[in-house]
Write a protein that binds this ligand. Structure first.
Ligand code: PAF
Length: 284
């Protein structure tokens, strides 16, 4: 496995490759969810192709300085995860390698990113789109792999790819969960043991609401109350950032369920750690 730290070396290694290139952008702190993305990339590239992983904590997508400061950094272990998943090339640049000090161009998606995380984290998706486009330009992959856990991110990137005519396929990969349902996230390592033990209630409540919505036993307006009831019972201090039922294509809020597939999405602070999760609610 080759590790490169700057754009020049990345371009040089990329130019050597004429076969299929599959790229997995990450911010490090890699876990089994990332490993699934890399294994999928390896299968997609085949034994002749090139799998590139970037490890770059992108400062422009953080809306809270303390979130960026506290973002876990586990570079040595990350390299071991990449190696075990059969990655060929790791691109691990420093921030000043990626952004010019006076950079003044930003990519903005202006529809799908206006709700959910986009509405609560100003500038977040501008940062994501801009860095993903830059990384795309540096790696020129045939396929880019993303986790479905960040479903709004996947939708926004697919829209960028469509609207900017980028010749790349986006391959979304299923969320990896603990046996108790907790979605794997780099942030889970920052949870207290109590919060970690109680966090599976997020997915359990999503599942329960999805079942009731599908069975007609719950209206969208009742969802927030259900989450509040569940979280009130926990020992951990929680604060709901949002719980919303949205149209699975447009990401716009739905006040009724039944005619279209929907996504029920939640973002909640467990102590001060913001966790997100979602479930697809199919029409009956
Ligand atoms: O999903 C992530 O880890 C990041 O948003 C990404 C896609 C690597 C861009 O920094």
């Amino acid at each position: 496995m080759i590790i490169v730290r700057n754009k020049r070396d990345l371009r040089r290694e990329r130019q050597k490759q004429s076969g299929k290139v599959v790229f997995v952008p990450t911010m490090g702190a890699l876990h089994a969810g990332h490993q699934a993305l890399m294994e999928c990339a390896r299968r997609e590239a085949g034994s002749e192709g090139l799998v590139i992983v970037s490890i770059f904590v992108n400062p422009t997508q953080f809306d809270r300085a303390e979130d960026l400061e506290n973002y876990p950094s586990t570079f040595k272990q990350d390299l071991a995860v990449c190696e075990a998943a059969g990655v060929d090339l790791v691109f691990a640049p420093l921030a000043d390698e990626i952004y010019e000090g006076d950079s003044s161009v930003v990519v903005t998606e202006s529809m799908l990113s206006t709700t959910l995380c986009g509405a609560r984290r100003p500038g977040h998706f501008d940062g994501v789109c801009t860095v993903v486009l830059k990384l795309y330009n540096l790696t020129h992959p045939d396929v880019m792999v993303f986790g479905k856990k960040d479903f709004q991110q996947v939708a926004v990137i697919q829209r960028m790819v469509r609207d900017l005519d980028l010749p790349v396929e986006i391959l979304p990969v299923e969320t990896v969960r603990e046996e108790n349902g907790l979605a794997l996230s780099s942030r889970n390592t920052r949870l207290s043991s109590e919060a970690y033990a109680e966090a599976p209630s997020i997915y359990a409540t999503l599942q329960q609401c999805a079942r009731e919505l599908q069975g007609g036993a719950m209206e969208p307006a009742e969802i927030l109350g259900r989450f509040e009831e569940v979280f009130q019972e926990l020992q951990t201090e929680t604060r709901i950032d949002y719980v919303e039922l949205v149209d699975a294509e447009t990401m716009q809020p739905l006040t009724e369920f039944g005619s279209k597939d929907a996504i029920l999405a939640v973002a909640v602070f467990f102590d001060d750690i913001r966790l997100i999760d979602h479930i697809t609610v199919q029409t009956p």
